[in-house]
Design a protein around this ligand. Structure first.
Ligand code: GLA
Length: 740
């Protein structure tokens, strides 16, 4: 019933409303020219079927309102005897065959050893804002269904492919990509991508695109800390945060992934992405299909700032669980850095009471509550409550937490096993391994082979049991190592490499079934911090543990990088104790202001807090609650980058422009230099805003109380900030009070 009414609503939205309004539907096929047009959100994406039957790209960028402008595509001629038409024609989904020398979207070996694959148009189907184009090999029954969707509000496109083996023998796929994106032909592009490592994720890298191939990837079996599956390209070398054309995209896959950015000698810039083709070899039996990861992409003419605002909006409305109905993130307390593995009932209750007095809304017990988990050598796999630490189970702690007005969450690491655990002793074959070879441990643990159905079922059932028997609102789902020895000796050699895909699909399956059975359950994706953040995990989790590095100064950079690709709504940050990651002692106020720029958490040892710390903490939590809607769901403007100097500023504006919040940080002052007025963005020029400061006082140079400024003044003249010394910070709340 629900799905029927949804279908009717979709039909109304995509077919009837455009018809009534005289507007065109978002996806159309120009029959006479054999051209497909996908348009919306100020973006057009156009391709067609050329005279050879290839699917040929035509346009991706700012919207072109006149369909008649687009002509039937003609394959590019052989450039010379070395660069043939297969290579020079911008094919939407080229198979590796004939004369293809650029990155293929699909590479296959047939059972008879034939490795030639030439994909031509077979049929298509339009359904509202979605289009499926089916390609087929020119001779064999290998089909590829290309799925395109455009979201008319944001112009975001999603592409993925279903590869179907209708031959009567197995086919091995050696590369299976979601598709190739083409940028307007030319040179001078700049690539931005996010790279890093554990404790230093999401560092923004920028470099010019030259002829050749740049690979962004993970071969680790998971998304990884070292690169994130996001890219942005622009052509205006000096384009700043808010101006110029930017093409961007991100993959929805939490296993090994690959995005290649290629500039051909013919100045074609193309981006191909999907499963990592390294050690890939997916065996597809007759009748089987393989679905590639979704590859999302978009275009903005408001610079990289506009690109991330489009992504944030899209993630909040279309990707996160419950979409635009997603709940505001509660303020949580997590006991990890306070107690590490040394958890027990009275200790956790004492922390919960202190957390509740601050206004915390969710209490989370981290690692150490199960099995023989006194350190990281044992326990993973044995998910029964430790009887010494919690003699009466988790019940009494949960009851107290709820009495205190908070809900309760626990840490789990479902894919892992310690060799010392009872589970491993019983089922050593359940861990990934190659027969007779050493099993590399990392953090003293191995990875369960979730590609196996029996292992998947075991994991689902203990998680289901845990959530059913305890009043648990939240799981912090961790994953603390990368894949080594990805062996699966129990299946025939030809199917062993399917593990790369099936492992991750089964993780998704467990999460999906768990969430379906426990609709209120929320999940945080964590992998030693930000090692599993991507558009494949986002539809399944409400928040992300951004980094294990919680030191405020480092966090400014990590968080800024994160927001290029992901909404602050999911960006979890804790206020923790000092000295931090680099041995630096940053004041509590600065730590709070840093952590408030996404979803706020507290991870300090509250037993060590002074009375003044509690006063400050309460004030900060009350302030955060008054601005969090804007921070979590508003429009983000990155005003000053921590990577470009000693000052960071970020501004959030509510979609209706009624509230705006500014966070500004002076890392370190030199030569008593004062800050120039800071120009704000995104306000209503004509409105007047009242300005108050985080702790009620006014920190700025202007004396009037409360201060009032027009949007025009704040955006064109700027606001003066009186920040001095080291680690000074401020947050200003702007509230619209009138039109004049
Ligand atoms: C990982 C997480 C931490 C903490 C520990 C527990 O490192 O990122 O936040 O949960 O595991 O072992």
């Amino acid at each position: 019933m629900k799905s029927l009414s949804r279908t009717l609503c979709a039909a109304l939205f995509f077919i009837l409303i455009p018809l009534i309004a005289g507007a065109q539907p978002p996806v159309r096929f120009l029959e006479s020219k054999k051209v497909f047009v996908l348009a919306g959100g100020g973006v057009s994406y156009v391709f067609g079927i050329n005279e050879q039957g290839m699917l040929q790209h035509i346009h991706w960028g700012k919207q072109v309102w006149r369909d008649d402008d687009f002509n039937a595509p003609h394959s590019s001629p052989d450039w010379d005897v070395f660069d043939l038409t297969t290579t020079t024609t911008p094919q939407e989904y080229p198979g590796w065959g004939a004369g293809l020398y650029v990155e293929p979207s699909l590479k296959a070996t047939f059972a008879d050893g034939n490795r030639d694959l030439v994909l031509h148009y077979a049929s298509h189907k339009i359904d509202g804002n979605a289009l499926t184009v089916t390609l087929k090999d020119i001779e064999r029954a290998l089909f590829v269904h290309l799925h395109y969707t455009i979201w008319p509000e944001t112009g975001i496109l999603r592409r993925y492919a279903t590869i179907e083996n209708r031959t009567n023998a197995p086919v091995v796929l050696e590369s299976a990509q979601s598709g190739a994106w083409y940028l307007p032909q030319g040179e001078g592009y700049r690539l931005r991508y996010l790279a890093g490592r554990w404790g230093g994720e999401f560092q923004l890298n920028e470099e010019p695109v030259h002829t050749g191939l740049k690979v962004l990837e993970s071969r680790r079996g998971s998304t990884g800390h070292s690169m994130n599956p996001w890219f942005a390209l622009d052509r205006d070398g000096n384009a700043d945060d808010e101006h110029g054309s930017v093409w961007f995209g991100e993959l929805g896959w939490s296993g090994s992934w690959r995005i290649s950015v290629e500039q051909t000698p013919h100045q074609q810039v193309r981006v191909t992405g999907g499963y990592n083709s390294f050690d890939f070899g997916y065996s597809l039996s007759p009748g089987e299909t393989l679905v590639t990861p979704p590859f999302y992409a978009g275009y903005s003419d408001e610079g990289i700032g506009g690109a991330s605002r489009i992504l944030h909006r899209f993630q909040r409305s279309e990707i996160l669980p419950n979409g635009s109905g997603a709940k505001t993130r509660p303020v949580l307390y997590n006991s990890w850095e306070a107690t590490f593995f040394d958890v027990n009932e009275p200790g956790q209750i004492a922390l919960a009471e202190k957390a509740a007095s601050l206004g915390v809304e969710r209490f989370v017990i981290d690692d150490g509550w199960f099995g023989r988990r006194d350190d990281d050598h044992d326990g993973l796999g044995d998910w029964n409550v430790n009887p010494k630490k919690f003699p009466n189970g988790l019940g009494p702690l949960i009851r107290r937490v709820k009495e205190l007005g908070m809900d309760f969450g626990v840490w789990v690491e479902p894919e892992m096993v310690n060799p010392k655990s009872d589970l491993y002793q019983k089922h050593p074959d359940w861990a990934m391994h190659f027969e007779g070879r050493p099993r590399t441990e990392s953090r003293n643990q191995l990875i369960l082979n979730l590609a196996r159905d029996d292992v998947r079922e075991y994991v689902f059932h203990w998680l289901d049991d845990l959530v059913t028997k305890n009043d648990i609102a939240f799981l912090k789902w961790d994953y603390n190592r990368n894949v080594t020895e990805p062996g699966w000796p129990e299946v025939p050699p030809a199917r062993q490499k399917n593990l790369w895909v099936l492992f991750t699909k089964n993780v998704y399956d467990i999460m999906d079934r768990l969430r379906q059975k426990h609709p209120g359950l929320e999940i945080e994706s964590c992998s030693g911090g930000g090692g599993r953040v991507d558009m494949g995990i986002l539809p399944r989790v409400q928040q992300i543990w951004t980094s294990d590095n919680t030191e405020a100064l480092d966090r400014l950079t990590i968080q800024q990088g994160f927001t290029y690709a992901y909404t602050p709504h999911v960006m979890m940050d804790w206020v923790t104790d000092v000295p931090g990651f680099n041995g630096r002692s940053v004041p509590l106020r600065f730590r709070f202001l840093t952590a408030m720029q996404g979803s706020l958490g507290i991870g300090t040892n509250l037993n060590r807090w002074s009375a003044e710390d509690f006063v400050l903490g309460k004030q900060m939590l009350a302030y955060y609650k008054s601005i969090r809607e804007t921070v979590q769901n508003g429009l983000l403007y990155r005003l000053a980058s921590p990577m470009k100097g000693s000052f960071t500023a970020n501004q959030y504006v509510s979609p209706d422009k009624m509230q705006s919040v500014l966070f500004a940080f002076l890392h370190s002052q030199q030569f008593r230099r004062t800050l120039p007025p800071l120009l704000l963005h995104g306000l209503d020029e004509k409105a007047v805003y009242s300005v108050t400061q985080v702790d009620g006082k006014l920190d700025t140079k202007a004396p009037a109380t409360p201060m009032k400024f027009s949007g025009a003044y704040l955006m064109n003249h700027g606001i003066e900030l009186d920040l001095v010394g080291d680690y000074d910070g401020v947050s200003l709340k702007l509230e619209r009070i009138s039109e004049q």
